[in-house]
Ligand binder design. Structure first.
Ligand code: MN3
Length: 241
């Protein structure tokens, strides 16, 4: 048994060596590290196959989100007063960001916040929320099916690239909103409970132009335990991005 397990680990190590080679090249191609970092995905690339294919997950996380983190760090490199500001504070105070880099911080900082939230709420098996979040949905939307229909209508109706979000305030009140580009409700002082990326890069490999099919399937990979934790944090005033 022990020998067999060692053989397996040996094979895995050999494969890891093969796969590690291009990652070294990628790491060397990246600019110097800054205060903001690309978060690790909390699951494998194929964990969301019920809605999003593994190739899309990898490209989206590694290159789309990764570029935004790099560009955000580059934008604030010469503005040391911004280095210690947590991402949510930065986005809630864009007016304090020097004008020359404000658009870059808005687009790339917004994208960093949006995608960090996006990865965190997926990797689940869908279904429906429970507890206080379920009660809040019933209070603010009538029932879960109506909530999902209203959210998908917002996501599908968004012209061009952007996001559909659910915001949550300190009293636990929920609202469906949309934002263009990589804008985030934090710009307006609102906290994001959950949201879906309807840029074409989020779904085009599998769905091409069929955005409504993607937004319908997306509910199958939501992690309601994680979203419930975000709801509790929003009410406690501890939710960040
Ligand atoms: Mn995206």
């Amino acid at each position: 048994m022990t020998t067999h397990r060692r053989a397996l680990f040996g094979a895995a190590a050999a494969m890891a060596t093969v796969w590690a080679a291009p990652r070294v090249a990628l790491a060397q191609a990246q600019p110097p590290a800054g205060p903001h970092r690309l978060p690790d995905l909390p699951y494998a690339f194929d964990a969301n196959e019920a809605a999003v294919d593994a190739r899309t997950m990898e490209l989206h996380w590694r290159f789309h989100h990764g570029a935004q983190v790099n560009n955000l760090n580059a934008a604030i490199r010469d503005h040391s007063a911004l280095h210690d500001m947590p991402l949510d504070r930065l986005l809630m105070n864009l007016g304090q960001v020097p004008e020359g880099v404000r658009t870059a911080v808005r687009n790339n900082g917004g994208g960093h916040a949006n995608h960090t939230m996006f990865w965190a709420i997926m990797g689940g098996r869908g279904g429906e929320p429970s507890g206080e979040l379920a009660q809040a949905i019933a209070r603010d939307f009538g029932d879960f099916a109506t909530f999902r229909t209203r959210f998908n209508a917002a996501a599908n109706g968004l012209f061009g690239s952007g996001w559909a979000f659910v915001t949550a305030d300190r009293e636990g009140r929920l609202a469906v909103v949309t934002r263009p580009n990589q804008d985030n409700p934090l710009f307006d002082g609102q906290r994001v409970l959950m949201g879906n990326d309807v840029w074409e890069h989020a779904y085009y490999l599998r769905y091409q132009n069929r955005r409504a099919e993607y937004t319908a399937n997306w509910w199958n990979v939501l992690d309601w335990a994680r979203i419930g934790e975000r709801f509790a944090a929003a009410r406690a005033g501890t939710l960040t991005v």
